[in-house]
Design a protein around this ligand. Structure first.
Ligand SMILES: Nc1ccn([C@@H]2O[C@H](COP(=O)(O)OP(=O)(O)OP(=O)(O)O)[C@@H](O)[C@H]2O)c(=O)n1
Ligand SMILES: C[C@](O)(CO)[C@H](O)COP(=O)(O)O
Length: 234
């Protein structure tokens, strides 16, 4: 029985092909120990007291999801995604209740913690405007091309945008649709809200909330998750 706190839907875009991972199957189905990246991510949300259900967005040719025990969970609804991440998120938003808040989280970010999910929800509930988890840039940042540095960019106000990103369903859906129609590049939900001049809160999240993107990320994600389990046992 979930606690009395307000409950939300989480939308997991999982319709990518993971080309940068150079694996034999889409990266969300690579294993982190006993379970896949997708199962790991989904279970963090499904066991969070403020998450009531999931919308998981699948590639049209996905043959893996329904082989997972997770597929039998009645709290999960699946929809078919599109060519780009924004198209997949849009497909998921169309299947959500339009008057609710929703948390959009990359299936490829399995190191998300319940505490960071709670932190984002609390900030959005308090400020009543959308928000994203993010971490401040720590390295000196360079702009460059063709193997040459063009300039050093001040890192003072630079953040890594993470997920989940939490917004009102209808507002986010409309803004993504309209932004895409103008040819604006929408690589995260916040960029569509920014396009519409909507305020978006930056909520500091854990830097181990990495997106498994390249081959070396898999071992790092496994290690981060093992460290988080040790933290929980303390
Ligand atoms: N058309 C797409 C593209 C991406 N995603 C999802 O969006 C998240 C972040 O995208 P990314 O890391 O870029 O995944 P891929 O697109 O699969 O990776 P690549 O760009 O290396 O192919 C992933 O969970 C991915 O499954 C999606 O649902 N639909
Ligand atoms: C949404 C995101 O994870 C925020 O950093 C990122 O934009 C996804 O980019 P990708 O190229 O689709 O991995």
């Amino acid at each position: 029985m979930k606690s009395e706190c307000k409950q939300y839907t989480a939308l997991l875009p999982a319709a990518g092909i993971g080309s940068r991972m150079q694996a034999s199957l889409p990266k969300q189905y690579l294993r982190l120990g006993e379970q896949t990246i997708l199962e790991t991510t989904a279970k963090v949300f499904l066991s969070h007291p403020a998450i009531k259900n999931l919308i998981i967005v699948l590639h049209p040719n996905d043959t893996w999801f329904y082989q997972l025990p997770l597929a039998k969970d009645g709290r999960i609804n699946t929809v078919v995604g599109g060519d780009e991440r924004a198209d997949s998120v849009l497909a998921g938003l169309k299947a959500a209740k339009q008057d609710e808040w929703i948390l959009v989280h990359d299936a490829a970010r399995p190191c998300i913690t319940q505490s960071d999910i709670s932190k984002l929800i609390s900030a959005v509930e308090q400020q009543q405007c959308g928000g994203i988890l993010a971490t401040q840039v720590r390295d000196t940042m360079k702009r460059g091309a063709d193997g040459k540095i063009a300039q050093t960019v001040s890192r003072e106000q630079l953040w890594h945008a993470l997920t989940p990103q939490m917004f009102k369903v209808k507002q986010l859906k409309d803004n993504i649709q309209n932004a895409l129609l103008t040819g604006t590049a929408i690589t995260d939900e916040a960029s569509a809200m920014e396009w519409a001049n909507c305020p978006v809160s930056l909520v500091t999240g854990r830097s181990d909330n990495i997106k498994v993107t390249c081959p070396e990320d898999l071992a790092l994600a496994k290690w981060f998750i093992s460290q988080q389990q040790n933290e929980e046992e303390i």
